[in-house]
Design a protein around this ligand. Structure first.
Ligand code: GLU
Length: 415
């Protein structure tokens, strides 16, 4: 397992040396402000009790309430949640959002739980982290293995304890409970807006281009749809069960309908479509490889085998620090997670604004404003990459760290 937190601190050190910062000016940015490890006992349907391990890591509240997703996945551990919390701080700062950064999660495979068990797990986890969250303190959101329904249960649990409805305790909740329109597809859509802009700047045409998508969770599916709608020929995709390949292009609407119907790619068949191991999707010759898996799809072991010229990091922490260097030396353009995944949290910011002001915005307004912010963010990163002569990946850390350190300098150290 890649060490997400170690990768995060390695990248912070690198960005600091490019900025010429002294250790005392930036070291705080490596450490979470507060960490909570909780036990989550759940009564299973058979009457036994299973105790799951849960976390909420609050990395920074420098620029606003802690903000970050809740992940239900077997790979969740202290290291990954710590690293992902740090990434949230940088992501929010880079996009100019008035948030800090956090992440939470439970080490569990939600697919193995019944609905009742999942409700009880969610409610008990919420109760355990209740002392440290709040609509102005720390605002959870969906992440891997969680969705709008689960956010609704968190909102209900918190509200029952408070004795009144507190919709602002989470973002990414159902629209019926005050969620924002356009949140469901926001991360994948944002990634494709940035990809389109990058291809324009790199002078890569969309029509003759090809793509592969690794991972077909919520973000993977909307990135797949978005690239297909842009006229990019998608030749390979994978999910957790397997991969499929068709050099002439997959029938994307058919693949999406198959996945929406609950299908696993290992069972997918269509004329001209070949089954391949899911790892092989990463090595498919194509123009764009969209990385939408859980963690660290690209490590030093496979970075040299990738054949795409553009990597779109649609999920958090998909590329280790060393793999990033290898890709840079091979002149592969990486559109980094700090920008490519920002669509979700940008729309979560809109959700908070709507909740605070009791506003309801139309989807087209949400999409337009999200596009505006994410493209501005990308432009800053592009300019910094040129200015410092570094990759987009390194540049994204450089700008975010610079802003965080400046905010810290202005606020000062308490007491
Ligand atoms: N889970 C999403 C992310 O990693 C959204 C987090 C949030 O909006 O709080 O960006």
């Amino acid at each position: 397992m890649a060490k997400i937190y170690e990768n995060f601190t390695t990248m912070i050190d690198r960005a600091a040396s490019i900025l010429g910062l002294e250790r005392t000016q930036y070291e705080f940015a490596k450490f979470p402000e507060r960490e909570m490890i909780v036990s989550v006992p759940v009564e299973m349907d058979d009457g036994t009790v299973t105790v799951f391990q849960g976390y909420r890591v609050q990395h920074s509240s420098l620029l606003g309430p802690y903000k970050g997703g809740v992940r239900f996945h077997p790979t969740v551990d202290h290291d990954s949640i710590r690293g992902l919390a740090g990434l949230m701080t940088l992501k929010c700062t880079l996009a100019g959002l008035p948030f800090g950064g956090a992440k939470g999660g439970v080490s569990v495979d939600p697919a193995k739980l019944s609905r009742g068990e999942l409700v009880r797990l969610t409610r008990r986890y919420t109760a355990m982290i209740l002392p440290v969250i709040g609509p102005d303190v720390d605002i959870p959101a969906p992440d891997v293995g969680t969705d709008d329904t689960i956010m609704g249960w968190i909102m209900d649990t918190y509200s029952m304890m408070a004795g009144k409805a507190i919709p602002g305790i989470v973002t990414g909740k159902p629209v019926e409970l005050g969620g924002s329109r356009g949140r469901h597809d926001a991360t994948g859509k944002g990634a494709v807006y940035v990809l389109k802009e990058a291809m324009k700047r790199l002078r890569v045409g969309r029509e003759p281009s090809t793509a592969a998508v690794a991972g077909l969770g919520n973000v993977g599916k909307s990135a797949l749809r978005g690239m297909y709608e842009q006229g990019i020929r998608v030749v390979a995709v994978s999910d957790s069960t397997g991969g499929i390949l068709r050099e002439e292009g997959l029938d994307v609407p058919a693949v999406l309908a198959f996945k929406e119907g609950g299908g696993s790619l290992r069972d997918y068949s269509a004329p001209g479509v070949r089954q391949i191991p899911r790892e092989q999707v990463l090595e498919t010759p194509c123009t764009v490889l969209a990385l939408c898996t859980v963690n660290a799809a690209v490590t030093e072991e496979n970075a040299g085998k990738l054949q795409a010229s553009i990597l779109l990091e649609c999920g958090n922490a998909q590329i280790t620090a060393v793999a990033g260097d290898l890709l840079e030396s091979r002149e592969v353009t990486v559109i980094p997670d700090l920008v490519a995944t920002a669509g979700g949290v940008i729309v979560d910011y809109f959700e908070r604004v709507q909740n605070v002001q009791s506003l309801i915005w139309e989807q087209f307004e949400v999409d337009r404003m999200m596009k505006n912010i994410i493209l501005k963010t990308f432009d800053q990163v592009w300019e910094a990459a040129v200015q410092h002569g570094v990759s987009l990946r390194v540049a994204s850390y450089v700008i975010a760290l610079e802003k965080v350190c400046e905010a810290k300098r202005i606020r000062g150290i308490f007491p």
